[in-house]
Write a protein that binds this ligand. Structure first.
Ligand SMILES: *[C@@H]1O[C@H](CO)[C@@H](O)[C@H](O)[C@H]1NC(C)=O
Length: 212
């Protein structure tokens, strides 16, 4: 039992180990200051702005966080922003964010270009914001500033008020299924070994009981 608790504890630690740097260069924005800080949703975007829309659960958002911190540090010419979509649901819904993380570049000519490459290294992010984005399809930004119900991040009331967020939740599950097959296999493997170990031990104990 104790071993099981330790094992679960270890898994929990693995699942929460990557977060943004406390005092990092990434700007953390919410519905309340997203537009005032970036200009997105106003007449004029002040500075080219790269936004990572993320959630805090495993695994791809987590994997990107340390890289994103470094990207923000080493790319001071643009705004590097992160928005937590678990808390800022209405904001993310308005921007039609359906998978996590979603990376979008908002430029000063009021266009948005989604970063769709599967490579998410510091170099590929920098290449994108400095030049590659010019070859991608730029869309008009359709966005009006939203005010987020500020209390209790994930209560039912919030979901009802925002309306339709259920779709986003479904999408989350779908994405989780798709991307974590490798991790699931690893987990099942480890679990199988642990279970076999315990079964074997129990079996041993019973054998001893019989022989005594
Ligand atoms: C935006 O607002 C959030 C929540 O109040 C705050 O934590 C964050 O530091 C603000 N970001 C900026 C750049 O003002």
């Amino acid at each position: 039992m104790l071993k099981l608790v330790i094992l679960l504890g270890l898994l929990a630690v693995l699942c929460t180990s990557h977060s943004f740097k406390e005092e990092g260069a990434v700007m953390h924005l919410t519905a309340d200051n997203f537009t005032t800080v970036t200009g997105i949703g106003s007449e004029q975007i002040k500075k080219n702005t790269f936004v990572m829309f993320y959630t805090n659960y495993c695994p791809y958002s987590k994997k990107l966080k340390p890289i994103y911190d470094e990207f923000a540090e080493k790319t001071p010419d643009i705004n590097v922003v992160a928005v937590n979509c678990e808390v800022n649901k209405a904001l993310c819904k308005q921007l039609s964010i359906k998978a996590f993380p979603t990376l979008i570049y908002f430029t000063t000519d009021n266009k948005k270009i989604e970063y769709s490459s599967i490579s998410r290294t510091l170099e590929s992010l920098q290449n994108f914001v400095f030049s590659e984005y010019k070859q991608q399809t730029a869309l008009d930004i359709i966005f009006k500033p939203v005010s987020e119900p500020s209390s209790a991040p994930s209560s039912n009331i919030l979901i009802d008020q925002v309306g339709g967020f259920q779709d986003l939740n479904k999408q989350k599950l779908f994405q989780l299924n798709k991307i974590s097959i490798k991790q699931t296999l690893l987990f099942v493997g480890i679990l199988a070994v642990v279970v076999l170990f315990f079964l074997y031990r129990n079996f041993d104990v019973k054998k001893e009981q019989y022989t005594v």
